[in-house]
Design a protein around this ligand. Structure first.
Ligand code: 7TS
Length: 401
């Protein structure tokens, strides 16, 4: 993998060649091919889909539905199993609002974890409250990981839904999700996987995982903002009711009755996210052309190098030294994470500080927040040098340790 060649695909790096962008867990940068796909739609089509009886609209419809085919191939699922959403959060909420509100009964149990992003567990907290179901948390191990052994401790015949992240956005740990799915299915539970931090970095084969649902966001895999995907097994999507009504999802509308289109369309209310879907398909093809094996290895190597350097600096608290993916959560002893972050910015190092919309794990770590550096395939060893220089500068500046 030639990183310098890859960086040439990104207009941001052409403008700011020295930028150390270490915030890809929040959002990945956009390559030319994605921007060109968006431009192509807006410049050459720019019309609605599924309704116009003219050539441009047919062409836009073809492009939009072709995007669904590309994403189905990307995930190894059927065309009808790809629902376009605004992002991970709306995909995760869709499962809770539709499946959860329809099928959960008082006394049922839902399993989640303290490693979740708010968008993964909050929808189930809400549904459990409304339906009288019980929300249970997998006890995390001493490294704050979800393990199969600990999952077994909370799994019971009453478990109906398991809502877990595949990769934690704070710790970067990979959940042993395949084994968990198998165990959940043995008690008749369905599993909704938060793939926001896994799909951009690891090959996702939904047939191999046998997950019931997986959600992800376009913007974290170099795609546009405002688009995401909910994959759902066809049989489940078919029996789930829509949660939003109107526009394109309607089939027959009468004064005393209404019917809806089949999945996935019954979940795509109003004018769809046309440009977003087209841009996302371009992003998926781009990521595949780089190759998931290359991506995960590159990120992991960078993370290991950065950790080795960080460990040499006294007063740096690293919360996830054994994480498998390219995310480092750390703090400078005695320095507020937001104060630390300002020093990074002065060094052209983009990182995020705070609770990362994951307050449960932040609290479990015993801190108010963490500084997070997250690597992607376009990062270089020079980025690590800048990052480490900034850490040292922050240490000198705040003079606390
Ligand atoms: N799930 C996980 C694991 C995430 O990391 C995020 C976003 C979401 C769900 C929600 O995705 P959205 O596209 O709907 O916003 N995570 C982060 C982050 O870690 N920093 O900024 C956004």
């Amino acid at each position: 993998m030639d990183v310098n060649k890859i960086r040439a695909d990104f207009p941001v790096f052409r403008k700011e060649p020295g930028l150390a962008y270490l915030d890809s867990a929040a959002m990945a940068l956009k390559p030319d091919c994605v921007i060109n796909a968006l431009n192509d739609y807006y410049c050459n089509l720019g019309v609605n889909v599924h309704r116009g009886v003219y050539r441009l609209s047919y062409e836009a419809t073809d492009k939009y539905e072709q995007a669904r085919t590309t994403i189905a191939k990307f995930l190894n699922c059927d065309f009808e199993e790809v629902v376009f959403t605004r992002g991970s959060s709306s995909a995760l909420n869709l499962v809770a609002q539709s499946y959860g509100m329809t099928f959960l009964k008082p006394g049922d149990e839902v399993i989640t974890s303290e490693l979740e992003h708010h968008s993964s567990h909050m929808p189930w907290f809400n549904v459990c409250e409304k339906k009288g179901a019980t929300l249970k948390y997998v006890p995390l191990d001493e490294e704050n990981r979800i393990t199969v052994e600990n999952f077994k401790k909370v799994l019971t015949p009453k478990t109906k839904v398991v809502a877990l992240t595949y990769v934690s956005n704070v710790m970067g740990y990979i959940t042993p999700i395949k084994e968990i799915i198998k165990l959940a299915h043995e008690v008749g539970a369905i599993v909704t996987v938060d793939g926001a931090q896994s799909v951009p970095h690891m090959k996702t084969d939904v047939k191999d995982l046998d997950c019931d649902f997986i959600s992800f966001s376009g913007h974290k895999l170099c795609g546009p903002t405002g688009i995401g995907v909910l994959y759902g097994k066809r049989a489940l999507l078919e029996k789930m009711p829509p949660v939003e009504f109107g526009g394109d999802m309607a089939d027959t509308v009468l004064l005393d009755s209404q019917t809806y289109k089949a999945a996935p369309y019954k979940f795509e209310t109003g004018t769809p996210i046309i440009a977003g879907a087209i841009g996302l398909a371009a992003a998926c093809e781009y990521i595949e052309s780089i190759g998931f094996d290359n991506i995960i290895k590159h990120e992991h190597d960078l993370k290991e190098k950065a950790i080795a350097e960080l460990k040499k600096i006294p007063g740096v608290i690293i919360y996830n030294p054994t994480g498998e993916t390219g995310t480092i959560a750390f703090n400078l002893d005695g320095v507020h994470p937001h104060d630390a972050a300002s020093v990074f910015d002065n060094n052209d190092v983009c990182i995020r500080a705070g609770h990362h919309c994951a307050q449960l794990i932040t609290k479990k770590l015993g801190t108010i927040g963490t500084v997070r550096a997250s690597f992607y395939f376009y990062n270089t060893e020079a980025d690590i040098d800048k990052f480490i220089k900034a850490v040292k500068e922050a240490k000198d500046f705040f003079g606390q340790f």
